[in-house]
Write a protein that binds this ligand. Structure first.
Ligand code: PLP
Length: 423
């Protein structure tokens, strides 16, 4: 059998980038999740996306050595500058979020820190949600202020608190909705109005909501962030993060942060996340259905003091949830007496639900959040209003449950047996 050697040429290296007209052919969310960004391999005709595990690419002798000269439609040169597999994932995510463009990162925190480093410089001020993903809270308590950047933390569901916090040098308002772990919501359109008036950019961490529930860009946000590790990847096997927004905002961000600081996503993780994304809208429907059943079960269980789920009428912001979320997602926070003892019991007795951090996977996960520790270490909530708002929503003895894709009846039975008194 004779074989033809394919000589690597500039032409073969050239990527087929999806034209805007093709993007518009995908109307349904599920069709987008399957097809957007993907193109059959030009050499083999493979239907599933190519996993290109190469750090470098054979290029034309005219190719530039500096990223400064890099243009959007240049060939691939070096994987930190761009990689065909990562590019396909970025295209798919941009279509799902109705964004002009996307930049992928090695993790959600990689994306968040890139955005902060890109937008803020010494002398600038940012208004940040006082309850948010713990690592964001921690970097904005210390690392970012050490660079001469001023941070004000407020409860962003309180619009008046945001307005009061704005200063002439406010460059960024950063919100997370629903926020981790309280599931407190922020009205994105209202905050976008405040941002516009004050000349600040608005960034929304939409990891808990996902693009099937909420489209922050359409509501006036400038940037959307997702931890791809959660619902978008969906299977608990790959870390990743993304920032989505306008091309003009993200072109320099890509050069400054992903390419130079180097927090770029591995092509292997991009491939896994793309594989997970194929079923993303279907999964979100089941996450929501299961979570509603589990939340209803927990709400009527005598041992549970309080259940917080945006899809329940008992959620303090249920009206906003209905207006802003087309899917209530699969995250439930609930409160019990003797949290620490209960945590030990869950860790020992649960058989289906894993006692583990993280969320948004096909497997159900539960974790105890020690309010006192969190308030003192990560969030550093100190004012009377901040503590009052925390207590109003939750208080002590908090559990965060990420309802997975197992049958709801099995998740409920597992919780029920773990909640039973020891005989
Ligand atoms: C997990 C998470 C992050 C961080 O993502 P990683 O991929 O773990 O770095 C950021 N924001 C929210 C809301 C998260 O749940």
């Amino acid at each position: 059998m004779s074989s033809t050697l394919i000589t690597p040429t500039f032409a073969a290296n050239r990527v087929i980038k999806m034209s805007d007209s093709k993007k518009n052919n995908f109307t349904g969310e599920q069709t987008k999740a399957i097809h957007a960004g993907e193109t059959p391999d030009i050499v083999s005709g493979a239907s599933s996306p190519n996993l290109v595990m190469s750090t470098t690419f054979v290029v034309d002798a005219n190719a530039g050595f500096s990223v400064e000269s890099m243009e959007e439609n240049d060939t691939w040169v070096y994987t930190r500058w761009g990689n065909p597999t990562v590019h396909q994932l970025e295209e798919k995510l941009a279509v799902l979020e109705d964004a002009e463009t996307a930049v992928a990162f090695a993790s959600g925190m990689g994306a968040i820190s890139a955005l902060l480093f890109h937008l803020l410089k010494a002398g600038d001020h940012a208004v940040i949600s006082d309850v948010a993903y713990a690592a964001l809270s921690e970097i904005t308590n210390e690392m970012i202020p050490e660079l001469g950047i001023e941070i004000t933390k407020v409860n962003t569901s309180d619009l008046e608190a945001i307005r009061k916090a704005i200063q002439p040098n406010t460059r960024l308002i950063y919100i997370e909705t629903p926020c981790n772990p309280l599931l407190r919501l922020t009205d994105i359109a209202a905050v976008a109005g405040i941002a516009r008036q004050s000349g600040a950019k608005l960034a929304v961490d939409s990891t808990f909501a996902t693009p099937v529930a909420t489209k922050p860009l359409a509501l006036g946000a400038d940037f959307v962030i997702h931890s791809l590790t959660k619902y978008l990847g969906g299977h608990g096997d790959a870390l990743g993060g993304v920032i989505l927004g306008k091309k003009e905002d993200l072109a320099t961000l890509r050069k400054k942060t992903s390419i130079r600081l180097g927090g770029c996503l591995s092509p292997f993780n991009a491939w896994l996340i793309m594989r997970g994304l194929a079923t993303f809208p279907i999964r979100m429907r089941v996450h929501q259905e299961n979570a509603l059943q589990v939340a209803t079960f927990l709400e009527q269980h005598p041992k549970i003091k309080r259940v917080i789920y945006p899809g329940l009428p008992s959620h303090p912001q249920y009206e906003l949830a209905k207006r802003q979320m087309k899917n209530f997602s699969g995250m439930i926070t609930f409160q019990m007496e003797n949290g620490r003892e209960q945590a030990a019991r869950f860790a020992e007795k649960l058989q289906i639900i894993h006692y583990a951090v993280s969320l948004g996977h096909h497997r159900s996960l539960i974790f105890y959040l020690n309010s006192k520790d969190l308030l003192e270490t990560s969030f550093k909530l100190s004012t009377h209003e901040q503590l009052q708002s925390w207590d109003y929503f939750a208080g002590e003895g908090l559990f965060r449950l990420s309802v997975g894709l197992e049958d709801a009846i099995d998740i409920i039975s597992d919780l029920q047996q773990a909640l039973e008194e020891r005989s």
